[in-house]
Design a protein. Structure first.
Length: 547
RNA sequence: GCGCCUGUAGCUCAGUAGGAUAGAGCAACUGCCUUCUAAGCAGUGGGUCAGGGGUUCGAAUCCCUUCAGGCGCGCCA
């Protein structure tokens, strides 16, 4: 729809003697009667052409008005050009949509370029929480979006299974283990305290009995650390399974050390002259690339920092020949962006190769009151508990009806009690209703095959034309969601589409007595169903057959 | 103190590379189930786009500033 219009307008601008094309933007006019799409391009050009916008608009309109796709063209307000499409065009487009759904809905923007998207990557030191859920829903939807747009997408989870945090986890479990066996053993100061720590300790008792009773932690560390984080990682995988998110690759931090990636990346940076020694530590010259201070990579005590393995990690990723890397982080890590970007630059790659998307914090409420999250006692509501309470589809939908950078208030009570009238069901219900119509058509013996050959000219009702136009708008929405990394645009679109379908369903009988009309309406329903499923698929939300 | 994000209807949020009379859902109120699923439909009310200045044909959107909330600013991750 937009593509055809752009072509027509560009041709007309060329006729007006313009050789460099300005970006041609479109919007939906505020009132339906004004037309289907409008462009303010005449007002933009007014400065360049030094002519009043309405004059330019008239010239464009005059040279375009004979196009067969156009029903009428109006000039309105300060210089908007309003286009109304001809029915012939709408009917032929909806036919295309039905006949070639996949290429119609999935424009090949990616051209098989490779993108890797890394998300969640929660430390294996505890179950996933709501923040991870939001990052997960967003990352998964973006990956689906990119893949629908013809990119080759890899989803990766980075496992911080080396370093201080998993060690602290092991020590916390070790302490609980001793305590369970009747020994007084202090929990580490900032150790992990959730009930799951005790469960892991019980698991070790179960598998290894009291073999590590009263040994020193140092002598049992490997077992306690490995046992604990692996068990938690399995729990995370189970959380993800329940949430309906899968990954292609799981990159272990330990492996980066084991495979010499960390060493190699340091040598690399050293050779390039971005490493120096100061105060008994080794530093990376991040300020050379716009970061506000240089960063330590080997501490005085000889240990690496978390940043060191992140250098190796991003170096490895970027070396694997991806055209684009996307990292999705919680917004609390935003200060970390210049640091990682500076690594990309130091390694000789353009910074734009890495796109860091921030997903804002989630605050959990119940009935308007904040749910207490205590770090001290380790008491917090996990993602799994929320999924089990409100369901994965509703949970994802709530995450995906907000802009990633808006702060999100997730009220469990609202998510649940609203469930009957929750927007996600509104969308799913439209799909289920259409399925039901098709099974009724089948029972009545109405031929629902080859619907692309139905007589679309019978679709003359306002509700029908509105739906057709909305369906043809999908590629625009898709493109916008993709270019801005904003999957929520799909969510809103699906609500709008459903918001047209339900009233139509209520007002007009799809399975009309007139068989040809029934077939035309079935074709329309089919198109709606295809788009709903496509959109829900991108969001990672199911489209139940029946409800 | 510095930096990032946010502030839009009673509530939760869209709308921001400037565009026309600022939208949706929920909540509130009034109706609609003997024909394809009432998880639905029809209708009503609801706004100082946080405040103030500026830029221009035009600002919720851009700039400056104030206020409010959140998050960062480690040889922690």
């Amino acid at each position: 729809m937009k593509k055809d219009l752009v072509k027509i307008i560009e041709a007309s601008l060329r006729k007006l003697g313009l050789d460099t094309m300005p970006p041609i933007e479109f919007e939906v006019p505020p009132q339906e009667s004004m037309g289907d799409l409008a462009t303010p391009v005449a007002m933009t050009l007014s400065k360049i052409l030094k002519k009043p916008p309405r004059k330019i608009a008239e010239e464009i309109a005059a040279s375009v008005k004979d196009e067969p796709v156009m029903e009428k063209i109006d000039i309105a307000g300060p210089g908007f050009i309003n286009f109304t499409f001809s029915r012939t065009y709408l009917y032929s487009e909806i036919k295309q949509l039905l006949k070639y759904s996949s290429s119609f809905l999935r424009q090949d923007i990616g051209k098989r370029r490779k993108v890797q998207i890394e998300f969640i990557s929660a430390n294996p030191t505890g179950p996933l929480h709501m923040g991870h859920g939001r990052g997960g829903a967003t990352g998964d939807a973006l990956a689906n979006l990119l893949s629908a747009a013809g990119f080759r997408v890899e989803r990766e989870y980075y496992i911080n299974d080396a370093g201080k945090q998993v060690k602290l986890l092991g020590l916390s479990v070790f302490a609980r283990y001793q305590q369970l066996l009747g020994i007084e053993y202090p929990l580490p100061e900032d150790g992990y305290r959730g009930a799951y720590i005790e469960d892991i300790a019980k698991g070790i008792i179960n598998d290894h009995d009291n073999r590590y009773l009263q040994t020193r932690f140092e002598d049992a560390a490997d077992l306690f650390i490995d046992y604990s984080y692996k068990r938690i990682l399995n729990g995370i995988k189970e959380d993800l399974r329940k949430f309906g998110i899968t990954f292609d690759t799981w990159q272990s931090e330990r492996e980066l050390f084991r495979d010499g990636e960390v060493e190699k990346s340091l040598e690399d940076l050293k050779a390039k002259g971005f490493i120096y020694e100061k105060d008994g530590a080794l530093w990376f010259k991040a300020t050379a690339f716009g970061d506000e201070k240089d960063r330590v990579i080997i501490k005085q005590d000889g240990e690496y920092t978390y940043f060191t393995s992140d250098i190796a990690y991003h170096r490895k990723k970027i070396d694997r020949a991806y055209d684009e890397l996307i990292d999705i982080w919680g917004a609390d890590h935003h200060g970390y962006i210049p640091r990682v970007k500076s690594v990309i630059a130091a390694l000789g790659y353009p910074e734009e190769k890495l796109k860091v998307l921030l997903v804002q914090m989630v605050s959990l409420l119940r009935g308007g009151k904040p749910v207490q999250m205590s770090k001290r006692t380790g008491e917090f509501v996990t993602l799994r508990e929320v999924i089990e309470e409100v369901g994965p589809d509703t949970t994802k939908f709530i995450f995906l009806t907000r802009r990633p950078d808006s702060h999100l208030e997730f009220d469990l009570e609202v998510a649940k009690t609203q469930s009957a009238e929750n927007p996600v069901f509104y969308v799913q219900y439209a799909n289920a209703r259409i399925n039901s119509i098709f099974s009724n058509a089948n029972e009545k013996g109405i031929d629902a095959d080859k619907l692309a050959d139905a007589d679309f000219t019978l679709l003359t009702q306002n509700g029908e034309l509105r739906i057709i136009k909305k369906l043809l708008m999908y590629p625009m929405i898709f493109e916008g969601a993709l270019n801005n990394y904003e999957p929520h645009r799909i969510t809103f679109y699906l609500q709008e589409l459903s918001g047209l379908f339900h009233p139509y369903y209520n007002k007009h009988r799809v399975l009309a007595d007139d068989i040809e009309l029934a077939r035309a309406r079935l074709a329309l329903c089919q198109a709606v169903r295809v788009v709903l499923r496509e959109g829900l698929g991108i969001l990672g939300i199911t489209a139940p057959e029946k409800m």
